[in-house]
Write a new protein. Structure first.
Lengths: 253, 296
């Protein structure tokens, strides 16, 4: 692989009590590409994502060892700088969870957290990120409304805009379209394709067609192991491992 | 074999449910109306305004001023809430946001024990511990001579009594906030404290108000423990070390002993009516705030 690497994961192990969730994971994620992590439910995709921005801290029962290098910094060893590191990554979760604020403040909150306090600058950025997430035209007159009044698809794009508002390099998306209708899903996918020039996108999904549509790089996981990784053509058209062939053939899910 | 067919059984069952529903919904209105009817005898001779704002309570000479009781009740209740509310809120935040689940599992039985103690036992505890503590230490500390039987003692005992009710609701509310909301705030680079203050508390606000309102209503109606330590002196309390009297205590202390005095019985019914009215008033205010903050 010739692309520059932005996330390098080495010997990552996660256990919950005695149960291994991730086993000796080694992954390289190329910069400014869409990397899709796919695999059946319960294979550890979400946990892997949470290791990257250290949301694993929230679950004291998880033990994480190994290395998650982002820009040559081991995320797992970060202390005080963890807040800065988390801002390098925008998170988009399975279902939208807008903050209990107005639409405007959902974005402004993220902007303030990165240290911008000039009101005019905040306003300019709010508009900018809402446009980037393809939401501005729909809600420009509703900025003062509670975010919870938006439709689910709009909320998810709001969450994407909020994720972009911390000015990240990476977007972590955990099955971001699984709760959405086809049109909203498509809007999110289109936005991703547009965003990949400026961001690295790591997308967890179990929708094979989605992976095929938008992925540049694919990681296939099964039961806490990485089975195969490579470019989308390698993995989809010429899978090397038996498990990958079976999964792509729809034998298990 | 059934006597009725399926449709008929459906009809019978749903009728029962509707009747139960009606019973539950109408009961408060009957109660309200009944108390009103019982107190009309008093209301016939005095204006409501006079009854509520007059300070003299001399049933034998026909003077029924409820002001001292109303003020006493409100002081005791609000003071108790002032002690309890911050403690409960901080405890609930701590056990749900900072500790491992095991702590909560140990704490729950402890809270439930607190809820299960009869109020007369709380009253005894107040007489044996709180009252002497106030008269011996707390009063002199502020340069005040007090018997210990006081508004403060009642508020103290009450504040402990209502902890389990408020705390249990608060814990449930904080637990019901989805983990993903926390993750969202943290992923934006917020610290844990920022997340709690700016996101979780905001999300929980309607629930917090409801919990406090529930505690307030309980405190306002609490009878036994309060009447044991509040002093039962019909006087407007000047400060919190003064003894006082509350509406529930008035009813409990005197009902059954007032047969020879005209209108006394009706006056106590009016006290009960007031009690209900004030509780309802608290409820309405609470409801207003819940609706106001529930939009997120």
């Amino acid at each position: 692989m010739d692309d520059p690497i932005i996330v390098g994961i080495r010997n990552l192990n996660v256990t919950a009590g005695k149960n291994p969730i991730l086993k000796d994971i080694n992954i390289s994620i190329p910069r400014n590409k869409i990397t899709v992590i796919m695999g059946p439910s319960g294979c550890g995709k979400t946990t892997l994502l949470k290791c990257m921005n250290r949301l694993t801290d929230l679950y004291p029962e998880l033990k994480v060892t190994g290395e998650v290098m982002i820009d040559n910094k081991n995320v797992l060893e970060a202390h005080e700088d963890i807040y800065k590191i988390r801002q390098q990554m925008g998170l988009l979760s399975q279902r939208p969870y807008p903050l209990p604020m107005t639409i405007y403040n959902n974005i402004a909150y993220a902007i303030r957290l990165r240290g911008v306090h000039n009101r005019r600058e905040i306003h300019r950025l709010v508009v900018h990120y809402l446009q980037q997430a393809n939401l501005w035209d729909e809600i420009r007159t509703r900025l003062k409304e509670p975010a919870s009044r938006l439709s689910i698809g709009q909320q998810q794009r709001l969450c994407l805009a909020r994720g972009l508002a911390v000015n990240p390099e990476i977007i972590l998306a955990d099955e971001p379209t699984s709760a959405l209708d086809p049109i909203s899903s498509q809007a999110i996918e289109q936005t991703f394709l547009k965003l990949k020039n400026n961001y690295t996108i790591i997308l967890v999904t179990h929708i094979l067609r989605q992976a095929r549509r938008i992925a540049d790089h694919v990681v296939f996981m099964y039961m806490g192991d990485v089975i195969e990784q490579g470019s989308v053509r390698e993995v989809f058209e010429n899978p090397k491992m038996e498990k990958t062939k079976l999964y792509l053939g729809g034998t298990f899910n | 074999m059934y006597i009725l067919n399926r449709q008929q059984r459906h009809f019978v069952n749903s009728s029962w449910m509707i009747i139960s529903l009606l019973l539950v919904t109408l009961l408060p209105f009957f109660l309200f109306f009944g108390l009103y009817l019982k107190s009309t005898y008093l209301l016939h001779d005095y204006s409501v305004f006079d009854l509520i704002f007059s300070k003299t309570w001399k049933p034998a000479s026909g003077q029924f001023g409820f002001y001292p009781f109303i003020v006493g009740s409100i002081w005791v209740t609000l003071l108790a809430m002032l002690f309890t509310a911050p403690v409960c809120l901080l405890t609930a935040i701590y056990v749900t946001q900072y500790t491992r689940k095991i702590v909560l599992r140990i704490m729950h039985p402890a809270i439930d024990i607190l809820a299960g103690i009869p109020s007369v036992v709380y009253g005894l505890w107040g007489i044996l511990v709180i009252v002497p503590f106030i008269s011996k230490y707390l009063g002199p500390l502020f340069g005040i001579k007090t018997m210990g039987y006081s508004i403060l003692a009642a508020a103290f005992v009450l504040s402990i009594m209502i902890i389990p009710f408020i705390l249990n609701i608060l814990i449930e509310i904080f637990r019901s906030i989805p983990m993903e909301l926390k993750e969202a705030a943290l992923s934006l680079g917020a610290t844990q404290w920022q997340t709690i203050k700016q996101v979780i508390l905001k999300k929980a606000l309607p629930g917090i108000i409801a919990a406090f309102g529930f505690g307030l209503a309980r405190a306002f109606g609490e009878t036994m423990a309060v009447l044991m330590v509040v002093g039962n002196v019909v006087k407007l309390p000047g400060n919190i070390f003064d003894p006082g009297y509350t509406l529930p205590a008035l009813i409990a202390n005197n009902y059954g002993e007032m047969l020879s005095i005209p209108r006394y019985d009706s006056a106590l019914m009016f006290a009960a009516f007031l009690l209900l009215a004030v509780s309802l008033f608290f409820n309405l205010i609470m409801h207003f705030f819940i609706v106001k903050y529930n939009k997120y």
